[in-house]
Write a protein that binds this ligand. Structure first.
Ligand code: NAD
Length: 436
């Protein structure tokens, strides 16, 4: 089947590549000329484990093409995916300018019937707006479908190729048949396509992200209690996670929820709810708790250094919002870096994949190291912001030799308190007693 994917970022590139892998003829469209040039030349533009190999294979087989021309990209396409940004607008609601701008352009250039699919995370009612925008100038028949994406960065290829479920909001049999043909190869392990109306599909994505963000935030509050009550959050986590009704996943406390989706999607749902005259009280609380949690480690550092962070120098391990991605959007590390710089501290950071993005963002405001151990040189403490595997079992002798003093602030609870006691570090983590 001929498919167009408009927007070639984290979602668009994975979507386009995985659909090409199942034999479709895919053209990805992006307005960023540099990105398109790189992709055409076989250079992948995001770090996503496993994506390289299928990207290169499908590029070579010419099932995967890239262009900056929307007209060229959609020519002959039976399905047109919109994988465009939906950042927070002025009032917190998702800004639909990218989606509706492209929808408007599509109306002017579509020559044949196509299914236009919202893959971006969009507020309830967006499909109607997309239909309106296309209809204004369109002379051919088309359908609008909502197909929210549930992939997780870091395991996006697996999530896309073997999804738990595919949600499709659709209004007629013709579009439903086309979508079911497209997705048939992805359902071989028996996981379902859940068909529903457009509005329910749009809300499903926000409900999923908000629920998961609430689950983590709940554990962050339990962690706050543990610190005050002398309990150990990791024990509590194991104790509750074994209950099937609760489940083991998404119970890890840390330094707040981040990434390009959770914070903006909660904010957008709270705003949409208020537009429908509903105060989404739980999510308002989640946002407030998260603001505090992001800076919880910095608060611990201030206490340890008696408020005197000015002139201190810190090593920071991890910049991406989670491991196995180079994405730093809304990463907790950024909030910590900003607070530390404002307090007059300096930072040398290391991240296995996210340093190019962080360099673009910070320029020379912070230093970057070639390795995790180089970052430690002469630092007053090590801060851990992302749980990359290579940080989990480090050489503590090397850490000790390079740091000015044996102090670690760990936002991801990577080490056991008992081990840190034995090694003689001052070690502070989340929801557990400090080791002195
Ligand atoms: P992204 O910023 O990585 O990619 C968006 C791409 O669209 C960029 O490459 C940009 O240059 C391009 N673009 C902007 N305007 C364009 C236009 N007029 N024509 C063509 N291309 C244009 O964003 P993303 O992370 O891929 O997210 C896209 C959507 O998917 C968002 O709504 C997001 O909430 C949702 N989503 C993201 C994830 C994720 O993990 N990143 C997961 C599920 C859903």
């Amino acid at each position: 089947m001929k498919i167009a994917v408009v927007g070639t970022g984290y979602v668009g590139l994975v979507t386009g590549t995985c659909f090409a892998e199942t034999g479709n003829d895919v053209t990805c469209v992006d307005i960023d000329q540099q990105k398109v040039d790189k992709l055409r030349a076989g250079e992948i533009t995001i770090y996503e484990p496993g994506l390289d190999e299928i990207f290169l294979r499908n590029l070579k087989e010419e099932r995967l093409k890239f262009t900056t021309s929307l007209e060229e990209g959609i020519k002959g396409a039976k399905i047109i995916f919109l994988a465009l940004p939906t950042p927070p607008g002025e009032n917190g609601s998702a800004d639909l300018k990218y989606i509706l701008g492209v929808a408007d352009d599509l109306g002017k250039i579509m020559q044949d019937y196509a299914v236009v699919v919202d893959k971006s995370t969009v507020p309830v009612g967006t499909a109607d707006k997309v239909r309106e925008a296309i209809s204004r100038n369109c002379s051919v028949d088309f359908d609008v479908v909502s197909n929210p994406e549930f992939l997780r960065e870091g395991v996006a290829v697996d999530d896309f190729m073997k999804p738990d479920r595919i949600v499709i909001g659709v209004e007629n049999e013709r579009a439903k048949k086309i979508m079911s043909e497209l997705y048939a190869p992805f359902l071989r392990s028996g996981n379902p396509i859940i068909y529903m109306d457009l509005r329910s599909a749009e809300l499903t994505k926000y409900a999923a992200n908000s629920f998961l963000a609430t689950k983590i935030t709940f554990m962050n509050e339990i962690a706050q209690l543990c610190e005050r009550m002398g309990a150990d959050v990791d024990m509590v986590r194991l104790g509750i996670g074994t209950d099937e009704r609760i489940g083991k996943k998404f119970l890890f406390p840390g330094i707040g929820i981040g990434g390009s989706c959770f914070p903006k999607d909660i904010y957008a749902l709270v705003t949409s709810a208020s537009e429908y005259d509903y105060n989404f009280k739980i999510l308002n609380a989640v946002m407030k708790v998260n603001q505090v949690q992001r800076l919880h480690l910095v608060a611990k550092m201030k206490k340890y250094f008696n408020e005197g962070l000015a002139g201190k120098h810190f090593a920071l391990w991890g910049l991406s919002f989670k491991p196995n991605t180079d994405d730093i959007r809304e990463a907790p590390s950024l909030y910590m870096i900003d607070a530390l710089l404002e307090a007059g501290a300096s930072i040398c950071a290391f991240d296995p994949e996210a340093m190019p993005n962080a360099k673009n963002y910070y320029g020379s405001k912070i230093a970057f190291a070639e390795s995790q151990y180089e970052a430690l040189h002469n630092a007053d403490a090590l801060i851990i912001a992302t749980e990359w595997n290579e940080f989990r079992a480090p050489d503590f002798q090397k850490i000790q030799n390079r740091l000015k003093s044996k102090v670690i602030f760990d936002g991801r609870n990577l080490f056991e308190n008992s081990a840190m006691t034995q090694l003689g570090f001052h070690y502070e983590s989340i929801g557990r007693s400090p080791v002195n």
